[in-house]
Ligand binder design. Structure first.
Ligand code: 5GP
Length: 125
């Protein structure tokens, strides 16, 4: 797999501090912040600080330390936001590439919750 990272994407700008964000959690390798256009009462974007374009790019090319840090952050955020699956639960989504309708070409996971979220996809006609 070969990916070309665009340094001008909006999440790269957020990571450089060029654009403000509402930070939920930050570690050496990972940043989580609130989505600017929330689709649920809780809508957080979780991103690695490294230059990965998509989930499969991250899975193939990130270090073990980055991957563990990313998913530990996810679990901590779910608990801290009151969304753990032994409570009300939540949904995670990562759009990848053209068919996934990914808008921002820096790998991110949407963490959504705070209400019942309905079916994951609208069936295609
Ligand atoms: P995608 O369609 O790539 O999976 O999702 C991109 C997400 O980034 C969207 O939910 C959109 O609302 C969010 N987004 C786009 N620009 C900004 C921004 O400048 N700040 C924040 N916090 N979120 C953004």
């Amino acid at each position: 797999m070969s990916y070309t990272y665009d340094d001008k994407n909006i999440f790269a700008m957020i990571l450089r501090g060029d654009i403000p964000n509402t930070t939920v959690k930050e570690t050496e390798h990972t940043l989580a912040f609130r989505d600017i256009n929330p689709q649920a009462p809780v809508h957080i974007l979780l991103i690695p600080k490294g230059k990965y374009v998509t989930a499969d790019d991250f899975a193939a090319n990130a270090s073990a330390e980055e991957i563990v840090d990313f998913w530990r952050c996810y679990g901590e955020i779910a608990a801290e936001e009151g969304l753990a699956a032994d409570g009300p639960g939540h949904r995670i989504i990562s759009n990848a590439g053209e068919h996934g309708l990914q808008e921002v070409p820096h790998f991110h996971v949407h963490i959504l919750g705070g209400q019942g979220l309905g079916p994951i996809l609208t069936p295609r006609g």
